[in-house]
Design a protein around this ligand. Structure first.
Ligand code: NZQ
Ligand code: ZN
Length: 385
């Protein structure tokens, strides 16, 4: 196992009615900027509960953060936060709203050009304190220090990481997710699955806790993903989906182990180019990546085949093939297509175009060993055609 220093500062309020806990999180009279998306929270009763909990605060609202939150939209929220001298941010929504709020929290006190935070990895010295009410289980943003921001005007989608943007607290009430469409539920399952895989499917370092936790999370997603879609009003299924998605990317299973975030890096390019839902881009990349990197990931692929899919019989290569096929079939079973050709918005030449974008960014060596070059990415996307 590799060395690590682990600290997750997010306090979680989990379960029915827990939005009321927000009242105890803010000092009396705090100036809070409430950041939200396109309005789903007004239809499902979440907004009313949040307003009730914020009665002792001075609240400024910013609605309109879109899926794949846009830099230009968020800069309007930054201007509002500065003008209103807000002291806290409360994000209410899915991963996009949470990520957008994290960017606003970092950009408000930032002295230079905020785009540099994303484009140049400019160091953040501080951020406004942030709380969240999560309404879509998927990204883990409610309990990590990551945010992914799009800038449509430049066709870019870039991530940044900072210890300063971990939420101070997050409310996870599974009932807030009952209003999700089947498409968004499936996206959440598929995204969380890939998060676990990217911290697990590399090479073994004898990290038994991280491996067994990761395998448990994968097995839970395989079991409850389809059930949640079939029984959309089942509280226990939702509660387990919400908690699994949090664990998939609250950084616990990634401590002390090699990681490979290539599926996300390539997926973000596909979203930037074509606007495909985040989780769907991962489903396109992941099975092909497993194929192309099968030699490098051989030991872990065999472990994954056995422990997650129960594949113990036959030649090793056949077991690996079967595990990759199970992975693809799992995504397809929850209604997520896994081939580029399944997405009519994708234009010819995509494999080369994505490779060129990565080359231009200097992403020369991704993967757990730094051996996934833009040429390898081109191969992966060609196989995903
Ligand atoms: O905007 P509203 O009206 O709220 O509607 C949203 C949006 O249209 C809707 N929605 C959310 N909760 C709902 C609901 N509709 C009905 N009932 C509810 N309870 O769902 C739509 C999609 O929401 P979005 O926030 O975009 O989805 P998701 O949570 O999947 O977030 C995706 C974003 O997170 C980034 C992705 O790249 C993408 O930009 N990621 C962030 C990560 C992180 N911070 O660690 C890691 C992930 O890998 C991912 O990259
Ligand atoms: Zn993701």
């Amino acid at each position: 196992m590799e060395n690590f220093t682990y600290h997750n500062p997010t306090r979680i309020h989990f379960g029915r009615g827990q939005i009321a806990r927000i009242a105890g999180e803010f000092p009396q009279g705090a100036r809070v900027l409430l950041i939200a998306g396109g309005g789903s929270i007004k239809q499902n009763g979440v907004y009313a509960q949040v307003c009730e909990a914020l009665r002792a605060c001075t609240v400024v609202e910013f609605f309109g953060v879109e899926a794949n939150p846009d830099y230009d939209t968020l800069m309007k929220a930054v201007a509002l936060a500065r003008a209103e001298r807000v002291e806290w941010i409360l994000a209410v929504g899915g991963g996009s709203v949470l990520d957008g709020a994290k960017f606003v929290a970092a950009a408000v006190p930032f002295k230079g050009e905020p785009w540099d935070i994303l484009s140049k990895g400019a160091r953040i010295e501080s951020a406004l304190p942030l709380g969240t009410v999560l309404t879509l289980p998927a990204t883990g943003s409610e309990s990590n220090g990551a945010a992914v921001i799009s800038r449509r005007a430049l066709k870019e989608k870039l991530a940044f990481l900072s210890g300063h943007i971990f939420p101070r607290f997050s409310v996870l009430d599974p009932e807030t997710t009952f209003s999700l469409s089947p498409r968004q539920v499936a996206n959440g399952v598929g995204d969380a699955f890939c998060h676990v895989i990217e911290q697990y499917l590399t090479y073994p370092v004898h990290a038994e806790v991280q491996d067994r936790f990761a395998e448990a999370l994968l097995k839970i997603l395989v079991e409850i993903g389809p059930k949640t879609l079939a029984r959309p009003n089942d509280y226990d299924l939702r509660a387990n989906l919400v908690w699994t998605a949090t664990w998939a990317l609250n950084t616990a299973i990634g401590q002390g182990v090699p990681q490979d975030w290539t599926s996300h890096a390539v997926g973000h390019e596909l979203t930037a180019l074509y606007g495909i839902d985040h989780a769907r881009t991962l489903a396109i990349v992941l099975p092909s990546l497993m194929h192309v990197q099968r030699a490098q990931k051989r030991e872990k692929l065999l472990q994954y085949a056995e422990r997650v899919w129960g594949l113990r019989e036959g030649e090793p290569e056949a077991r690996i093939d079967a595990a990759i096929e199970r992975t693809r079939a799992f995504y397809e079973s929850i209604g997520i297509k896994t081939r580029l050709s399944d997405y009519p918005e994708v234009t010819p030449g995509t494999a080369a175009a994505v490779a060129a974008r990565l080359r231009a960014r200097g992403a020369s060596g991704m993967g757990e060993r730094g051996d996934i070059t833009p040429e390898v990415v081109e191969k992966i996307l060609t196989l995903a055609a």
